[in-house]
Each structure stands twice: as structure tokens, then as C-alpha cells.
Write a protein of this length. Structure first.
Length: 52
């Protein structure tokens, strides 16, 4: 019982250490970069404007 609890703590620590850089570094840099590369195509929903 104690051994499996230690494994669960280690797994939670590893997952937490992986989520923090992903959240604060990877997504912070990639989301604006992809939006910049896509330009107007990154906005959703997109519809055609009717000219007056």
C-alpha cells in the first residue's frame, strides 16, 4: 500500500513538472506565433462580408 502511494506521488510530481512549462512557456509562445502566421484566417467564425 505504501509503495503504490509513493509511485502515485512521483507520477503526480512528474505530470505537474511537465504541465507547468507547457502552460507557461510553450502555449504562451506558440499561440500568438500561429495566430500571426495565419493572419486573418486565424479568426473564427469567418464569414463573407456583403458589400453595400
Amino acid at each position: 500500500m505504501v509503495g503504490s502511494f509513493a509511485i502515485m506521488i512521483q507520477a503526480g510530481f512528474i505530470i505537474g513538472c511537465g504541465l507547468l512549462p507547457d502552460t507557461f512557456v510553450v502555449r504562451t509562445l506558440t499561440a500568438p506565433a500561429i495566430a500571426t502566421l495565419l493572419g486573418e484566417a486565424s479568426w473564427w467564425p469567418q464569414h463573407k462580408r456583403q458589400e453595400a
